[in-house]
Design a protein around this ligand. Structure first.
Ligand code: HEC
Ligand code: HEC
Ligand code: HEC
Ligand code: HEC
Ligand code: HEC
Length: 327
């Protein structure tokens, strides 16, 4: 860079200007670098930052900041020119009298580190919290199923008991999805043909095609290569967690709807609860166990009466122990 001894830019000795420019740019560039790398780091943790609105906002703020800096520079330059022309010394600006004496004593490297550190704490903390709260949470998840099966028709309108189809829910850990044979108990005859000009409903035809049923002749096709319907799983806990339906539905007497929402009103099932650990824990802290009508809890009930309590929460009964829910 060509330097002229004693030259001035915007009323500041050129050398000082150059140094000031250098340290400020130094700080700004490093901060920008840390900012963008924190963003890309957080991007791996959460889907939030990848949202186009956020990126647009970042670009917009950079552009606005650049315009602001430009305008500020022009204003400063014009003021300096004016002062030169009139030849009067105006009052030093707030920045020159109050802020500059302080910032000029700052070491650029230390200042950069402080700014970068603050940015990292704020953005990193935000990204971490978001990652913990939102990543892997499938609340509201509602995939399209291979057959347009409606709980609103079956469990709502026709009031078919949940357990007719989810037949293992009271006996085992899993609620299970019914086999096509269960559907055929009704759909061998129920073809919803009134809706389709006397033809079998295309959705019900899918059951026939999978299981090998000839709806016209009302008979199963011999030697048919059956293909199962591949229902898309909606609720899915990670392998590290253990959940048992019968324990909750039979022993705990919790309604399906408490955890799954108004299924009987859903044309398409969606995940109603978060299924996060905090969700399990919150209910265990609140809910009481039914110690009175349960032989298994006779001992608990006796202790409860001895202690003058009329309520023992799942938590007090050991429902917060890690090993109860984690293998
Ligand atoms: C006629 C049979 C039938 C009845 C009755 C029925 N379901 Fe279902 N249920 C299914 C089928 C088939 C699926 C899989 C397709 C789907 O997700 O819609 C399913 C899926 C579900 C799912 C989502 C499973 C997953 O993948 O995570 C829940 C939860 C559920 N049912 C709860 C209920 C509740 C609660 C009731 C009673 C109010 C009920 N069901 C009544 C057949 C039935
Ligand atoms: C207990 C009897 C019963 C069982 C079991 C049953 N359904 Fe149904 N289903 C019905 C009735 C009744 C209708 C309403 C038919 C109508 O609208 O005319 C219906 C309607 C349907 C429809 C809508 C048809 C249309 O185009 O309007 C589909 C799809 C369907 N059922 C799929 C299934 C599947 C898949 C299963 C097994 C998981 C199943 N059903 C089990 C009784 C049953
Ligand atoms: C205390 C909360 C709770 C209650 C009550 C509950 N469920 Fe579930 N349900 C869950 C959780 C959690 C999962 C996911 C389980 C997994 O991924 O291992 C689930 C999964 C399911 C599934 C998917 C298949 C499976 O077994 O994983 C079906 C179907 C289902 N529930 C039906 C029912 C029905 C029907 C009832 C009522 C009779 C019911 N649930 C009551 C919490 C509950
Ligand atoms: C809506 C309330 C509710 C929710 C949500 C709930 N639970 Fe429970 N849970 C209960 C009740 C009530 C019992 C007590 C059953 C009994 O009387 O033994 C229980 C008992 C248990 C037990 C047995 C505890 C013991 O001391 O033997 C385990 C394990 C358990 N739940 C796991 C889970 C997991 C995992 C989840 C989340 C995926 C969950 N629960 C969500 C209500 C709930
Ligand atoms: C009532 C049941 C329950 C109890 C008690 C419980 N957990 Fe969990 N925990 C879960 C469930 C369900 C998940 C999965 C939730 C998810 O995917 O967000 C989980 C997830 C976790 C994870 C993984 C976190 C993640 O985001 O992937 C850790 C670690 C964990 N639990 C530790 C513990 C420890 C330590 C304890 C004992 C102090 C404990 N849990 C007690 C139900 C429980």
């Amino acid at each position: 860079m060509l330097k002229l001894e004693g030259s001035y830019i915007c009323g500041i000795p050129e050398r000082a200007h150059y140094q000031m420019y250098k340290s400020k740019t130094h700080i700004a560039l490093t901060a920008l670098f840390i900012f963008s790398s924190t963003l890309s780091f957080s991007n791996n943790m959460s889907s939030f930052y990848s949202e186009s609105t956020f990126i647009a906002l970042v670009i917009l703020s950079v552009v606005l900041a650049a315009i602001a800096a430009l305008l500020f520079g022009i204003k400063k330059h014009l003021t300096a020119l004016q002062n030169e022309k009139i030849g009067t010394e105006t009052e030093p600006s707030f920045y020159d009298s109050k802020i500059k004496p302080i910032t000029s004593k700052w070491n650029p490297t230390i200042a950069t580190l402080v700014i970068a550190g603050l940015l990292m704490v704020v953005l990193g903390g935000f990204g971490y919290k978001f990652g913990m709260d939102e990543v892997g949470v499938q609340q509201g998840y509602s995939p399209t199923q291979p057959i347009n099966f409606s709980h609103k028709i079956h469990a709502g309108q026709y009031e078919i008991d949940c357990k007719y189809c989810h037949s293992t829910v009271e006996k085992s850990k899993s609620a299970s999805i019914p086999s096509l044979n269960t559907c055929m108990n009704c759909h061998k005859y129920v073809k919803a043909a009134e809706k389709y000009n006397g033809k079998t409903s295309p959705e019900i035809q899918k059951i026939y095609d999978a299981i090998g049923f000839d709806g016209d002749n009302m008979e199963y096709i011999k030697g048919y290569d059956q293909k199962p319907i591949e229902w898309v799983r909606i609720h899915n806990l990670p392998d590290l967690a253990y959940f048992n339906h019968s324990q909750h539905v039979v022993v705990g007497k919790v309604e399906c709807q408490t955890c799954h929402g108004p299924i009987q009103e859903m044309d398409k099932v969606y995940q109603y609860s978060t299924l996060q650990m905090g969700w399990c824990i919150d209910c265990h802290r609140e809910r009481g166990i039914d110690s009175e009508n349960n032989a298994y809890y006779e001992e608990v009930h006796k202790n409860m009466i001895a202690e003058g309590k009329d309520y023992v929460t799942v938590a007090e009964n050991g429902g917060l122990e890690c090993s109860k829910c984690h293998y």
